[in-house]
Design a protein around this ligand. Structure first.
Ligand code: DLL
Length: 446
């Protein structure tokens, strides 16, 4: 742990700290951000009415659209003179979401990222191979400062240029990797292609996040890279990476940095807070942010929380894996489908790899789902070694059986009928360093 006095604070004491910080934060936001002054005013609330986390449901949610409507700096609580960094996330539609940091915010950002690295097992004397993208995306600079804060020697590789990344890895022998899970897989495949055995890869720890991933994908990454990988969650609006991170002791839920971020889980339809353990949308209030304080920010990410004590000694609540944002959810013939549900099914087949794509189209009034997934190299070599055209699959009883069992498993786990196409190894486009797009929704294109 980086800060055991804070990270293993008894929960009643933590609750007091949160209550104090929440009161201050609401007053601060009310005094400095017009949107919050108007919102509280229209509800006839004064900042003093919010002095405990239990008071939060009195307040409305802050949404991404609020940031877009006040683009670019309308929700900043400080003048640009106090801002030392700006990040932005591009998004697929509309204006980018712009976030700012004071010097103090940067310190908090570095601290929570350093905690994530420490929880993964990293420590001074190790090299951090940082393959998160540098730039407006928060991943690269977040882990850069976090690594330095922890005393690691940071290698700012950024994303892309996989061949060079692997050269550097073999020459410099970093023990820690930070990147997206999909890119970790790309790096692992490149190492395998060069004939480097997992035990000869110098890496020991990998801190992966910025996109959803499954246990099956984790197993594959750990196998290829010879690491014990951990999850890191975050979003630019709240700070970037480091909002929550898994400990390598348990790898069972990501500890939320609760001294800086107050988390709630609410019903996605009604917005009503849900009890511990229930799955719903994660809503976060920043307790210490100066440049962009956010009250009850609707992350759109679906997860659950537990305060059950963890064997690592950290008392911060843990959040479960994020299946995806509510806006990643596909509605197929009326059924709600998260890509990670399909990924989890594919992970149950030893003949398949985590490299897949989901294509959704509409024929007439009917939605159609195609799942394209690569078969495992070893299986591929035993059955054919040829291109996996539909005719080749149809003619081979082993391939046909895997295809049909996969389709049945998707149907029973997810509830939709999908056409499964098996592809030869290497056929699905790989992550070039950033977040990978698994879904092609042709209905949105037309
Ligand atoms: O992805 C920050 C980050 C960088 C987190 C590096 C972890 C590591 P944004 O680009 O604003 O920020 O995207 C935030 O990505 O709301 C989730 O939907 C998704 N996401 C982030 N981390 C995870 C994760 C960064 N560990 C959005 N698992 C979030 C699943 C994640 N989804």
């Amino acid at each position: 742990m980086l800060q055991p006095d804070l990270e293993s604070m008894p929960r009643p004491q933590l609750r007091e700290l949160q209550a104090d910080r929440l009161g201050e934060l609401v007053r601060y936001a009310y005094e400095r951000v017009p949107l919050y002054r108007e919102r509280l005013g229209s509800l006839h609330l004064k900042p003093d009415d919010i002095s405990d986390p239990a008071d939060l449901p009195k307040l409305p949610f802050t949404r991404k659209s609020d940031l877009r409507d006040t683009y670019p700096f309308g929700m900043f609580a400080v003048g640009l003179g106090a801002v030392v960094r700006i990040h932005a996330s591009t998004g697929t539609t509309g204006r980018p979401t712009v976030v700012g940091y004071t010097r103090h915010d940067i310190e908090v950002f570095a601290t929570v990222c350093a905690r994530a690295l420490a929880a993964a097992g990293a420590g001074p004397g190790m090299i951090l191979h940082n393959a998160y993208g540098y730039g407006l995306f928060t991943g690269g600079l977040g882990f850069h400062y976090g690594g330095e804060r922890l005393g690691l020697a940071v290698l700012p590789v950024s994303g892309g240029g996989t061949t060079r990344q692997v050269d550097l890895m073999l020459d410099f022998k970093p023990e820690v990797l930070a990147c997206t899970p999909s890119y970790a897989l790309t790096l692992g495949e490149e190492l395998r292609r060069r004939g480097v055995a997992p035990e000869d890869v110098p890496l020991r720890f990998a801190v992966l996040g910025a996109e959803p991933w499954t246990e099956a994908m984790r197993a594959q990454i750990d196998r290829l890279l010879g690491v014990r990988s951990t999850n890191c969650y975050g979003l630019s609006e709240i700070i970037g990476p480091g909002v929550a991170a898994e400990c390598s002791a348990e790898r069972h839920g990501s500890h939320i940095a609760e001294d800086h971020f107050l988390a709630e889980i609410v019903d996605p339809d009604t917005g009503v807070p849900l009890p511990e353990g229930k799955s719903g949308v994660l809503v976060v209030t920043t307790l210490t942010k100066e440049a962009l304080p956010l009250v009850r920010y609707w992350t759109g990410d679906v997860t659950s929380l537990t305060t059950e004590l963890c064997s690592c000694g950290c008392t911060f609540a843990r959040m479960g894996p994020v299946r995806g944002r509510t806006d990643d959810m596909l509605i197929v013939r009326g059924v709600n489908v998260y890509p990670t549900q399909i990924e989890a099914v594919l992970g149950g087949f030893s003949e398949l790899t985590p490299n897949y794509r989901i294509l959704v189209s509409r024929s007439g009034t009917l939605d159609e789902v195609r799942v394209e997934v690569e078969v495992d190299q070893a299986f591929f070599c035993t059955v054919t070694g040829d291109l996996l055209t539909e005719e080749v699959v149809e003619a081979d009883h082993l391939l046909r059986a895997v295809r049909d069992r996969t389709a049945q498993a998707i149907k029973s786990a997810v509830g939709v009928t999908a056409r499964v196409r098996l592809l030869e190894p290497g056929a699905v486009p790989r992550s070039e360093g950033g977040k990978i797009a698994r879904v092609v929704d042709e209905r949105r294109l037309s």
